[in-house]
Design a protein around this ligand. Sequence first.
Ligand code: AMP
Length: 277
Amino acid sequence: MKIVTDPKKMTLLVREARRQGKRIGFVPTLGALHDGHATLMAKARKENDIVVVSTFVNPLQFRKAAYERYPRDPEGDRALCEKAGVDYLFAPSAEKMYPERFDTVVEVKELTGRLEGAAIRWHYRGVTTVVAKLFAIVEPDKAYFGKKDPHQLAILKRMTEDLNIAVQIVPVATKRDRDGMALSSRNRLLTPESRKAALALPKAVAEIERRIKAGETDRGKLTEALTAMLSSAPGVTIDFAAIVDAETLREEDRSGPTLIYAAVFVDGLRLTDNRVV
Ligand code: AMP
């Protein structure tokens, strides 16, 4: 495995691979890698000749304190990527990605504003801007994203379609711990007690899934139940809870599968979980 820090060098390497007829799979991440990321890499490994993983804590998508607090583990990342059979680990510095005169924003407008997006539009703008940049650098055939972040996934699909970026977005199922908690880099920052409190999130989402499967269809009632469960959980502050159409992310659409989606704060950390029924 080769570690690359320079964006221009990264592009030269993938272009050389492409000249040899190789297909390129790409897994963008924020680093502090775990088994959830490894699932994305395994799928990319299976479906491509060359696998590129990026680990870049993108300052555009964080508030300053959260940016500084975000876990970083370059040694662990390197070992996990080696084990997953990654060809190139792309780990640029913020200065390389955003030089002094950097002045561009990529925004998916309407779709970003749905769900909790209206309140954190700047966050998704940071995500779309960095992913557009990463796509331009890596020029992948396929890019792998977790269903763990359904809003992000929908926004990125729209962005690539709107901008005619020739990449296929591949969604990958959420990997969970045995207790039901979705794996997340942020889980490392939880104390044993706050982790126990955080379990209320996957439990509440799974309970709503159970009720829908049991035949409950009243969206208002289900949303109320989800909100009540999270509001009454000790050590947890509810940020957001919604039950929407999984495709359009709107409450009023009732055709397709249903997305149950919630975000909470535990110890000042924002954790999200979801299920699609
Ligand atoms: P992050 O580094 O948290 O931004 O995640 C990078 C990619 O991995 C995103 O596409 C996430 O949706 C995905 N991901 C994060 N956690 C999981 C998980 N537990 N299972 C599957 N994919 C995940």
